[in-house]
Design a protein around this ligand. Structure first.
Ligand code: ATP
Ligand code: MG
Length: 669
């Protein structure tokens, strides 16, 4: 059992009836999931509909060791099912047709709507018929470039209904990046919307798609059909908006309005029975470390894993209202806004806007409005929101909350404590969920009713996941220690390949340590067995022989009251090998001066050691981030050495930030 030191226990009143309500129960279930996976998952798969039942002899098969042949994973091979059937028809048949599947909250607070399971099923069937009428068949790829509107969910599920593979690209990517991704999967049908408001910013999505389609055509690939949701006309524009006069350009014969096509579509569509190992969707990683990878997930295993992690990690109960703020364009949006919640018949909130519009308390007002019970967001959002006065949180009634989730980056203890105290009122459990696009669902996480929490620790493996730490030579580290975070067997939701690039798949994840899936992240196991993710192994610092993780130093820097965000990278050093180059974002109304620099240096020396003393601390009013909000340390490493060859920046949210940082390198840098 974890020690008392800095440990926060689940609130016994809130979690009396949790699915897993003690640490012992977690350990028992975990043991069963590892010792007898057929039994553990066998109970779960029974709750789903399989047209051809699962053959116990082919329950799961895999090879993680390249010395024994090609890498592969298969779950429930030979069984057939349909994901949209399990998410929609099954819930309607169980008597939940009138249950709300989604509350939709628009960018502007005056815009909102809702969708029941029955209505969602009807819309999905209609759109599936629209796709069929455009010639889309089982196995075809469909490109989706959509904002946070209900039609994006309809579009994804319509693909799964007929066995088409969706490739949804976050609607914030440039025309070029989107074109590359269309070419990669050679999609002939594209689904988008005319445009969207995000805060006071207008995005003309269809125009961006036009440029992408032109670029594809120049490369010899024609998108034959572009289906456009007419969205702008039905929502409230921000008061500051300049009247949009340009009409959305539509190309004859290629572009059609979603609403027109839906009018005549039949609402009956028999599901296509898919093999458990047939592709379900492909999705690109965030691109934090390089060119994004086109991850492929398959049908049966992904569905079961999304459903199971959602149920246990959020302790979702039938009357709960769940809200995940992630964009549908990221894996978090796929697994925990669409597939996981719907597989559990859950009611979710889908939010189109930003945390800062119309005011900086929008998240808290939405939680109050819908009486949200589970809230799932990213450390980058938490850090941005904790900069404001706590009063912004406190003036809303957040008493319905039970579980607070975090995902995307290591959460620094400072942000964790604010989330726990100010948002969760010291009664909610925080689930710091570690996972990747590649893992399909959570792989390390506390369970809200069972795991005593340590601020900043992703804690323990989920059911069926066997984690290990390896040293440089590939030996497993037992007990306390730090090393490469790897997994030595597959769980149902692990990706099966990189689309059209099985070589890159094997090289990236399986080559370094034969027999293991290598996450590329480092982790530390403490004396109580808790796992702490320390960040990418490529981001490790080696100063005079002392190995350090970037997140360790960043957590210390953000403890200082004047620092809201910090990013640390290694810079080559003639004597020490490497030295620390730190970028710090200050809180409002504080200044960057010698006093601050001395305090920060002292803090790091005291908390970590004299060897960790930063060589450079640069003021960074903004940090370069991926469009999913993660700090891109590889770009900061380039700034540290003043090298302007910064590589693939397709996923960089704002290139001006990089220019600014190059221009403002301190004199001693
Ligand atoms: P790319 O693989 O293209 O470089 P990416 O790894 O950022 O991009 P994602 O799959 O969206 O793309 O993110 C997964 C990564 O996010 C993990 O490997 C890890 O580094 C980080 N991460 C996610 N959740 C957590 C968490 N709870 N704690 C620590 N790190 C996390
Ligand atoms: Mg990654």
């Amino acid at each position: 059992m974890p020690s008392e030191k800095s440990v926060y226990y689940p609130n016994s009143n809130l979690f009396k009836n949790a699915y897993v309500n003690s640490f012992e129960q977690y350990v028992d279930l975990y043991k069963q999931s590892i010792d007898n996976p057929e039994e553990f998952w066998g109970e779960i798969v029974k709750q789903f509909y399989w047209e051809t039942p699962i053959n116990i002899d082919k329950f799961f098969m895999y090879n993680f060791d390249f010395r024994k042949g090609p890498i592969f994973t298969k779950w429930f091979d030979g069984a057939t099912t349909n994901v949209s059937y399990n998410l929609l028809d099954r819930n309607v048949r169980n008597g939940n047709g009138d249950k709300i599947a989604f509350y939709w909250e628009g960018n502007h607070p005056d815009d909102y709507s809702r969708l029941t399971y029955k209505k969602l099923l009807e819309e999905v069937c209609k759109f599936a018929n629209v796709l069929k009428s455009k010639g889309v068949k089982k196995g075809d790829r469909v490109a989706v470039y959509m904002p946070m509107i209900l039609e994006s969910i309809v579009a994804l599920l319509a693909c799964t209904r007929i066995g088409a593979v969706h490739s949804l690209v976050f609607a914030g990517f440039s025309a070029d990046s989107f074109a590359e991704r269309i070419l990669d999967c050679s999609a002939r049908v594209l689904i988008t919307a005319d445009g969207v408001w995000r805060g006071e910013k207008h995005l003309a999505l269809k125009s961006i798609c036009d440029q992408s389609m032109e670029k594809c055509a120049r490369n010899g690939h024609n998108v034959e059909h572009c289906i456009v949701v007419s969205h702008l006309g039905r929502v409230t524009s921000p008061p500051t908006a300049i009247q949009q006069t340009n009409k959305t350009p539509m190309k004859n014969g290629r572009d059609e309005w979603w609403q027109d096509l839906m009018e005549d579509a039949s609402s009956l569509c028999y599901p296509e029975w898919m093999q458990a190992e047939d592709p379900l969707f492909m999705l690109y990683t965030s691109g934090s470390t390089g060119k994004p990878k086109g991850v492929l997930h398959t049908t049966g295993g992904y569905m079961i894993y999304a459903a199971t992690t959602f149920k246990y990690v959020f302790d979702y109960k039938p009357n709960d209202i769940y809200w995940c703020t992630a964009d549908v364009g990221w894996i978090t949006g796929h697994t925990y806004m669409v597939y996981g919640p719907l597989a559990n018949g859950a009611t979710s909130v889908m939010f189109e806007g930003t945390p800062f519009y119309p005011e900086n308390d929008r998240f808290w007002s939405v939680i109050q409005k819908y009486k949200v019970t589970q809230f799932y967001t990213a450390p980058t959002a938490i850090r941005a929101l904790m900069k404001f006065d706590n009063e912004l949180v406190k003036r809303h009634n957040l008493s319905t909350l039970r579980v607070l989730g975090s995902v995307g980056e290591p959460i620094n203890p400072e942000a964790w404590m604010w989330y726990y105290k100010v948002v969760g009122n010291e009664k909610c459990s925080i689930v710091d969920t570690f996972w990747q696009t590649e893992t399909g669902g959570h792989v390390l996480t506390p369970l809200p009713g069972a795991s005593p929490m340590k601020p900043g620790a992703a804690s323990f493996p989920f059911f069926g996941v066997q984690a290990a730490l390896l040293d440089e030579s590939g030996r497993e580290i037992e007990g306390e220690g730090e090393g490469y975070l790897v997994f030595n067997r597959p769980w149902p939701g692990i990706m099966r390949t990189l689309y059209n690039d099985h070589d890159r798949y094997e090289n990236t994840y399986f080559n370094k340590f034969p027999g293991y899936y290598c996450t590329g992240d480092g982790a530390r196991r403490d004396s109580n067995g808790y796992l702490w993710v320390t960040g990418r192994v490529d981001d490790m610092l080696n100063v005079s022989g002392h190995l350090m993780s970037t997140s360790e130093v960043e957590s210390v820097l953000t403890e200082h009251p004047n620092i809201s965000e910090a990013a640390v990278v290694a810079k080559p050093h003639p004597i020490k090998g490497e030295c620390l180059y730190c970028f710090v974002t200050l809180t409002q109304n504080t200044s960057y001066n010698d006093k601050l620099l001395n305090e920060l240096t002292k803090l790091v020396r005291e908390r970590i050691g004299p060897f960790a003393q930063p060589d450079v601390i640069q003021n960074a009013p903004q940090l370069p981030k991926t469009r999913s909000g993660k700090i891109m340390r590889r770009i900061l490493r380039k700034i540290a050495v003043n090298d302007r060859d910064i590589g693939d920046v397709s996923t960089l949210a704002d290139t001006n930030v990089v220019e600014e940082l190059f221009a403002n390198r301190p004199v001693n840098a």
